[in-house]
Write a protein that binds this ligand. Structure first.
Ligand code: NAD
Ligand code: WQD
Length: 392
């Protein structure tokens, strides 16, 4: 594992000091964890975020974890004038571009919003980079750009998407590749993440989805703290080890270190486009994840066996060999590290960075008839659906 290491920055330092990196969307889940690793690696960091899906309180936590006052610029990347002004006023040596809308289902319902936000926003950033002389960008792409395939996915596998969110990632990748072809002074790193989960080992920052959680881990964490009654397991008849879907979960701290490694690489190369998968290469089933979470939390996670979710594959796993080799990076945290860290975060922050809502809305949210104790995670279940379902 060759991330971190403040000494390295010496070679990348500018006349003004450490290289200055703008994290668009840096107040969000993956961005906030990456900001911590960037500061630890010796970079100067700023955040540009419109807080559409994040909470300003994360900034206090970043100060607590890094000891630095990371500036937050509350700018909407779709407002070109504001983006240009920011880039003209600050001197950024590179951008890590996390900002974007990311919910697959929502993108199907509101495609124009997704295309406008993610693509217009990216074009505004690229134009501001060009006019201010910022020559390096690392982009948050996704395994969703691969055509359905149940073999381990390497970067040569065919691409093609099935929903507007995925197409925004696919199109942005193409825009970045074309922009780099036309401008040799630009360096582009595209990172295709698999399934990010986990929280900072301190339990002070973590994933705090607003609205209904669509992904597995946010749903499990809300069941664990009594905000949801039970997890629906989407599909139990796949040809997998236990019939449930298998994914490549990557600890968000490993993912964050992957960004530092990719940023260093593209700053060194100074030109070209590099594409890497960030995953562990290990498949974990839904039921294995539930069991691991129960062990970390000591709480039963009631489950309901449900139909397959349309569009889901049985298995999605990375071949991360290219990143291991070229970025000198690999995952080092276990499934237990993922579930332990999520429990540490969610047991102390059952509502993320928000204050707990009034009890009445809690009851409505969970559908429970019993009274939930506000601010407490000690919510018991009278039965587990696990037993009903026969799964042990
Ligand atoms: P997140 O929603 O927590 O963070 C995204 C941030 O972007 C938020 O803070 C949001 O406020 C900000 N943002 C959105 N639109 C903006 C705009 N117009 N102007 C300024 N800021 C804006 O999401 P995340 O999970 O941290 O994901 C970060 C990136 O990684 C996204 O691009 C996402 O598509 C990509 N990604 C995420 C996953 C995942 O499972 N979490 C997987 C693959 C790729
Ligand atoms: C994981 C597994 C579900 C919820 C999504 C996006 C992808 C990328 C990562 C951004 C599957 C099962 C889930 C639940 C369940 N995001 N599941 N009950 O679908 O692999 O990938 O997030 O780029 O684009 O599509 O992740 O967490 O939704 O599902 O049984 O309530 O958990 O069926 O097998 P997915 P996920």
């Amino acid at each position: 594992m060759a991330t971190g290491g403040a000494g390295y920055i010496g070679s990348l330092a500018t006349s003004a000091g450490a290289a200055h990196i703008l994290c668009t969307g840096g107040a969000g889940y993956i961005g906030s964890h990456t900001c911590v690793k960037l500061v630890e690696a010796g970079f100067k960091v700023s955040i540009m975020d419109n807080l559409l899906n994040s909470n300003k309180r994360v900034m206090e936590r970043l100060k607590e974890l890094t000891g630095k006052d990371i500036p937050l610029f509350e700018v909407d990347m779709c407002v070109a004038d504001d983006v240009n002004k920011l880039f003209a006023e600050q001197k950024f040596d590179g951008v890590i571009h996390f900002a974007g809308l990311k919910a697959v289902g929502e993108s199907v319902a509101k495609p124009i919003w997704y295309y406008e936000n993610n693509i217009t926003g990216t074009i505004n950033i690229l134009k501001a980079m060009a006019s201010s002389g910022t020559n390096c960008i690392v982009f948050s792409s996704s395994a969703t750009v691969y055509k359905p395939c149940e073999d381990p996915l390497d970067e040569e596998k065919p691409t093609g998407c099935s929903n507007p969110y995925g197409w925004t990632k696919y199109m942005i990748e193409q825009i970045l590749i074309d922009a780099q072809k036309a401008d040799a002074s630009l360096g582009v790193s595209i990172l295709r993440y698999f399934n990010p989960v986990g929280a900072h080992s301190s339990g002070r920052i973590g994933e705090a989805p607003s609205g209904y959680p669509n992904n597995l881990m946010p749903f499990i964490q809300q069941v664990a703290v009594g905000r949801r009654e039970a997890l629906s397991v989407f599909g139990t008849d796949y040809s997998t080890k236990d019939g449930s879907g298998v994914r490549d979960y990557i600890h968000v701290e490993d993912l964050a270190e992957g960004h530092v490694a990719a940023l260093k690489r593209i700053l060194e190369l100074k030109t070209g486009t590099i594409i890497h998968n960030l995953g562990s290469g290990n498949g974990v089933s839904v039921l294995e994840m539930v069991k691991a979470f129960e062990e970390s939390s000591g709480k039963p996670i009631p489950i309901k066996l449900a139909d397959r979710r349309p569009g889901d594959l049985a298995v999605v796993v990375a071949n991360a060999g290219k990143a291991n080799k070229e970025l000198n990076w690999e995952t080092k945290r276990s499934l237990k590290d993922m579930t332990d860290s999520v429990w540490k975060w969610v047991s102390s922050h059952p509502f993320g960075y928000d204050d707990p809502p009034p009890e009445e809305s809690l009851r409505k949210e969970s559908g429970f008839s019993q009274t939930l104790r506000r601010g407490s995670v000690e919510v018991g279940f009278s039965q587990t659906l696990r037993k009903e379902s026969g799964f042990s």
